[in-house]
Ligand binder design. Structure first.
Ligand SMILES: Nc1ncnc2c1ncn2[C@@H]1O[C@H](COP(=O)(O)OP(=O)(O)O)[C@@H](O)[C@H]1O
Ligand SMILES: [Mg+2]
Length: 367
């Protein structure tokens, strides 16, 4: 029997979604092989030891939170003494041992390499990508540079920093306007469509830049595709990753794109279609594009790769290294389509975590 430390919540705008994802992961743990140890991270970033009953069992993100009065908990950022197990330290209680970490966290501090750095220092196996792939997966600008270097298809884009915008706003706006309209203005480091604007004409551009700059110091501007198909793939694996069937997001919200409201507030804002209707040759070509993006970023364990399809052209939109894992999310749905249900999926992810850990553990650390 292995103990899985499940981390969820976190100092991120995607805190609530993470709680719903955690519920799915916990419910999917095979009780004959695994035992869950729960640790919720509150919105201030503090860790708390929770019991399974303290995790709400609703599917509504408005009714979930981490009980910040639960005992404080933490991990030491160093390996345990030789032969000892890893432990979660708990205020006023005996430490609890565990074998592997499943970070069910989305967004900054959970998905961006920060937490992965702590887990590397502690030398503990964990689910998902390592520090570098997590960081590049979170930062849309770094991600574009890495994907562009590998000549993967991207929509035309430009980026600038807040300091450059303050110094020469007209030059920055002119570079953005040269992409034409509509365009999409985004903060480089965010998710859930937060801070993203569809800009239809020049007069709307500076307000969109100001909004993006509230969330990050780097702004990205992309040429806007007119109502592209949004096709997503779920990927699983370390050295020989496997790709799922195609899923499709069909936006039905009045915004006309997959905005925050379409994602989370309007229950009819978007439909998730799986499998997506695609001709076999096109589906295969898109699967290969998704797999190549995963490999180029150096992902491990899992990722969801989101593509845009516009006419006969396909573009990589983004790679998510810790995608949504709620009962309704695309990642588990796509695997279910392929015959891998929740328990088998979670067992696979934990096996991949141990595999990656073992491969790296035997690397030489001295001359
Ligand atoms: N270049 C683009 N052309 C058309 N639609 C876009 C473009 N970029 C983003 N969008 C729309 O905005 C949504 C959110 O953008 P995305 O870059 O995926 O941000 P997030 O990381 O917040 O999900 C996309 O799912 C899509 O609906
Ligand atoms: Mg997206």
């Amino acid at each position: 029997m292995k103990t899985v430390l499940i981390l969820f919540g976190g100092r991120s705008a995607e805190h609530e979604i993470s709680l719903l994802s955690a519920r799915f992961v916990i419910d999917s743990l095979d009780p004959t092989e695994f035992r869950a140890l729960l640790c919720g991270i509150d919105k201030a970033g503090r860790w708390h030891r929770l019991s399974p009953e303290q995790l709400p069992s609703t599917n509504d993100p408005r009714h979930v939170s981490v009980d910040a009065s639960a005992p404080r908990a933490w991990l030491e950022p160093m390996p345990p003494l030789h032969g000892a197990r890893h432990v979660l330290c708990i205020e006023g209680q005996e430490p609890e041992p565990f074998d592997v970490v499943f970070p069910v966290l989305h967004g900054p501090y959970g998905e961006d390499g920060c937490l992965q750095g702590l887990l590397e220092l502690a030398a503990v196996p964990y689910v998902g990508s390592g520090v570098a792939a997590s960081a590049v997966g979170m930062d849309k600008l770094l991600q574009k540079r890495v994907l562009a270097h590998a000549e993967l298809p991207l929509v035309p884009w430009i980026a600038f920093e807040r300091a450059a915008y303050r110094a020469t706003p007209d030059a920055c706006l002119a570079r953005a306007a040269a992409l034409g309209f509509p365009s999409f203005v985004k903060p480089a480091n965010m998710g859930s469509s937060l801070g993203v604007s569809k800009v239809r004409r020049l007069e709307e551009l500076s307000a969109a830049v100001d909004l993006a700059l509230e969330l990050d110091t780097t702004v990205l501007v992309e040429q806007g595709l007119e109502a592209p198909r949004e096709i997503e793939f779920a990927i699983l694996g370390n050295d020989s990753p496997e790709v799922s069937e195609a899923g499709e997001i069909v936006v039905e919200h009045a915004d006309g794109w997959y905005s925050y409201d379409a994602k989370y507030l309007d229950p009819k804002g978007a439909r998730l279609v799986a499998p997506a209707p695609l001709a076999p040759a096109e589906r295969r070509a898109l699967q290969l594009l998704a797999l190549k993006s995963y490999r180029v970023l150096g992902c491990a364990g899992l990722a969801r790769v989101d593509l845009f399809v516009s006419g006969t052209d396909a573009f990589v939109n983004e790679v998510n290294t810790l995608p949504g894992f709620t009962a309704l999310s695309m990642f588990p749905r796509l695997w279910k389509e392929g015959g891998v249900d929740g328990p088998r999926l979670v067992t696979r992810l934990l096996a991949l975590a141990f595999e990656r850990y073992e491969v790296r553990r035997v690397l030489r650390t001295s001359r």
